[in-house]
Design a protein around this ligand. Structure first.
Ligand SMILES: [Ca+2]
Ligand SMILES: [Ca+2]
Length: 344
């Protein structure tokens, strides 16, 4: 009986020791790994467009901030993808806030416009292909899955579209990749820019940027000009202390779609990703007869109501384009500014 009692006490003290040991180990682990004991860091992209409704051809601006636990992140990258209502890529950029993070192990070292033989070339005809040779550096130790995007803008900040590829995984070291981009026959002549970016996947499926954007300029010429081009400001991006901004235009004369455009934003900072979806709408307000073109028929509609105010026999609220309750020269000016625009 006495022996049994002793055994039982020993068993109890042994399980007590084991329990204490487990508690001690858990405590030791949590003190040695303080990150697990602290609340998770919250990365947040806050962004907006400068308007929610744009007339086709207006400047479209995306502005925002990147914060980590409420503090602005001055060394960050935010991916911005804009798609049209049919889900075609319109804009893909990576915006700095305004400095890129340090210690990035993936880079786009160089972007070079080249001819079909791979020789550097700085002027390309409308309606032809421009090839871009890109040099990538994978400074890591394993191959990486990369989605590369090529977004070209003409001299008027009009996006000429986005081409993208997902090449075989990029091994450690340097890698050259070439992609062909069709220059529309309707592109404006002058200095164009290509903005190249590398993502884990497209931002619309949550892909975050690997590295800052790299870009190159080239001239879009017609067969009759001899490389004489003007330069200008294209596709401007800016950023300051945790904020970012990007401006672009949709093509106005080649049938850009009207409707709702989604904007996908992604970022990854300190291992924390964030994703944001915005939308804006594009209309062609001066297309009064809704045939997706601003032409003489729309002008006639304004002319018929010219000089009228609400209550007048020929009053037509549609012709009052600036909504000031009179159809006058200001409405004519608005329609003349849009004359020739085409949407789909
Ligand atoms: Ca029309
Ligand atoms: Ca008016």
């Amino acid at each position: 009986m006495l022996l049994n009692f002793h055994l039982s006490v020993n068993r109890q003290s042994r399980s007590l020791s084991v329990a204490l040991l487990v508690i001690f180990m858990v405590l030791a682990l949590s003190f040695s790994l303080p990150a697990y004991a602290q609340p998770a860091l919250e990365l947040e992209i806050a962004a907006t467009t400068n308007k929610t409704l744009y007339n086709l051809g207006e400047n479209i601006q995306v502005i925002g901030t990147l914060t980590l636990n409420g503090s602005l992140v001055p060394e960050g990258l935010v991916a911005v993808q804009v798609s049209d209502p049919s889900n075609r890529l319109v804009v893909v950029r990576t915006l700095p806030t305004p400095l890129p993070p340090t210690n990035l192990t993936f880079e786009i070292l160089e972007v070079l416009p080249v001819d079909w033989q791979g020789n550097p070339k700085d002027a390309f005809n409308r309606g032809t292909m421009v090839d871009f040779k890109v040099t990538l550096r994978n400074g890591g130790t394993v191959s990486r899955d990369v989605t590369l995007t090529f977004n070209v803008y003409d001299i008027n900040m009009v996006t000429l579209g986005v081409q993208w590829i997902k090449p075989p995984p990029i091994p450690p070291g340097l890698k050259e990749i070439t992609l062909s981009f069709p220059i529309p026959t309707t592109a404006s002549l002058g200095e164009a820019i290509v903005c190249v970016n590398a993502y884990r996947s497209l931002p619309q499926v949550g892909g975050t940027p690997y590295c800052p954007e790299n870009s190159a300029t080239f001239a879009i010429v017609s067969g009759y000009t001899l490389g004489e081009t003007t330069s200008g400001s294209q596709a401007e991006t800016t950023g300051s202390n945790g904020s970012f901004s990007m401006t672009f235009k949709l093509p106005s004369y080649t049938g850009a779609e009207l409707g709702i455009y989604p904007v996908y934003l992604t970022s990854i900072t300190g291992g924390r990703p964030d994703f944001l979806l915005l939308t804006f709408r594009v209309e062609l307000k001066t297309d009064l007869n809704n045939d997706l073109t601003v032409d003489i028929y729309d002008v006639v509609t304004v002319a018929k109501a010219f000089g009228c105010r609400p209550g007048d026999v020929n009053w037509n609220y549609l012709a009052d384009l600036n909504d000031d309750d009179v159809v006058d020269i200001y409405d004519v000016v608005l329609i003349s500014l849009d004359f020739g625009k085409i949407a789909t």
